[in-house]
Write a protein that binds this ligand. Sequence first.
Ligand code: GLC
Length: 715
Amino acid sequence: MSRIDALIEDMTLAEKLGQLTMTAAGHTVTGPVIAGDSVDAIQAGTVGNLLNLIGADHVHAMQRLAVERSRLHIPVLFALDVTHGHRTLFPVSLAEASLFDPQAWALTAREAAREAAADGIAMTFAPMLDVARDPRWGRSVEGPGESPWVGARMAEAKVRGIQGDALGAADSLAAVAKHYCAYGAVTAGREYASVDLSERTLREVHLPPFEAAVRAGVAAIMPAFTALGGIPMTAHQGLIAGWLRKRLGFEGVVVSDYNAIAELIEHGVAADAAEAAALALRAGVDIDMMAGCYRNGLPVALSRGLVSLAEIDRAVHRVLTLKERLGLFDDPYRRGSSPESVATLARRRQIAREVAARAIVMLTNGARALPLGAAARTLALIGPLADASAEMRGPWWAAAGPEGHVTVLEGLRAALPGSEIRHAPGVAIEGGERGGIAPAVELCEGADAVILCLGEAAVMSGEAASRAHLDLPGEQRALAEAVLQRAHARGTPSIGVLFSGRPLVVPWLAERADALLAAWFLGSEAGHAVADVLTGRISPSGRTAVSWPRATGQIPIFHGERPTGRPADPANHYTSKYLDVPNEPLFPFGHGLTYGSFTLSALSVSPQTLRPGGVLAVRVEVANEGDRAAEETVFLFIHAQPASVSRPTLELKGVAKVRLQPGERGAVGFELPAEGLGCLGADLEPVLEPGEVEILVGPCAERRRLLRASIRVAQ
Ligand code: GLC
């Protein structure tokens, strides 16, 4: 008999339910309640998992209570939301998605896992894989953007990085893919609202990242708070017990979201904690985070015959198996026993700086306002995000305090020690105070360039942070317009730097500023990264992983919508368009400028006829006709029409990069298996259909900028 089977045989019901319970230690409140009995319960073995405890000393102290004092000495699993760094923060996920670089995604995940494990953490609630096409929803910031293909690649990379080569290693964590699923499609972009979408959209858009995570060996999955088609995900038999466990063969742990099991009562599918607990357990949820429904409700559910002891034992077995795989039984203090060296921390900060610079998306650069020339000796740095260390963290800052994150002011002063850098916030991020605008405008007098640092507060995106208006908050627009008016009157170059957890609707700023950067929330090295790009030490290479609306009314807006029977035609009133804005986004998926000037040519595809099992080779030449070295990102899309179902007008199938010196020519290639051209047929089963497939290659999801070729798929 295995160690786990023997344990289960020996466990009381209270001890079993303890292993199915996760409570919060209260260090970082990420939900509405904090458990009060954690210490006693751990000693009694009636709580087996804890979140939000920070610091190896605290973790080890709690661990000793379980391992040395409880009856069965079962180690505690310590978890935390290490989503884009632990104490050293990397760019938020939506910013990192702009790199389109799985190696970088895995690297930052590996570094974050190492740092969290050094603090005794053994599980992180990451990666967040919710595809989101509605920037009103605050949690877009935590995810991979609008593309399921990017979501799947990020899932693979993040699971690899978080879990390392061996889950039991001292610097590996259990990854938790979340929030399963389609949370990003909440009604009206409103947080926690219900989700209603077609089975096809579910299967084509929202499930692929989770399938990729499972195939990558993710240790755990967290269902979303939301209801999908009237069934709360926390009680979704079809998608957890069915698709996840039965169809995909997922044998890991399913951990509920914070208090989500109790919220089945609010969802209207359970009358009390016992029914809620039974629904969740039978759907396949193993750990109850913070609701207390398993501890208190399952005994009643058992007595009512709503669940069986065998179902409880199955969940306990999965939880104990995860703890065994993490090495917690062999050495409960393995994580947190070896502090990291100063050199390791310094190298990690350097990685954070490099990744942050690559996450910046240069949206516009009129009159080549950037990079700042050597003559830029006097700079006016204006705006509430110019010297805001805590804001650079973005939401979900884990163990990172508010200080120590490099601001733009600090970064520019370090990069340009010989320059005069004048600074004024002008206005606050929010609020109606305008008194600081006039003095800020005066700072621009005689400046060689004006840099406006504008945007959202860190907590204006992330959980419980939906916004209905996506312009700049507070009086920032008034500040920007006054500063830009003075800059234009004096012929002073003006640069906007936007800090946000989502695309903002700022067509007026894109129009009036000479250059505009999307800096998202870049983490601990934000200021150095922004300075590296502004001064030209680094050429911007980021490409937006979400479309930027020109009007909130366009939302949801994303690349690759399905076709319409009446495609937009300005000459024909009765076609798919608005009366008041163009259909196109302000900036399309994949958009991003560099300090180079790239042209693509000579697209070649072979074979012309592709058969099942074959591989399509795609190649395109790239030339840098600019005067600075830069990295170009090239996207491979397909469009298959006609087909048995109406397929998206663009489907992303690959991304390639090439760095070229001024005047240098190069090429990028893709290899696409024939099956990658397939789709879900009318019966929602994968199919590769004969017929024409258009191959489109280019710098972003703007059809008119894509090189095209056609091939045939033959049976
Ligand atoms: C939160 C979030 C989830 C997070 C969990 C634990 O409410 O929905 O993403 O992992 O609680 O903090």
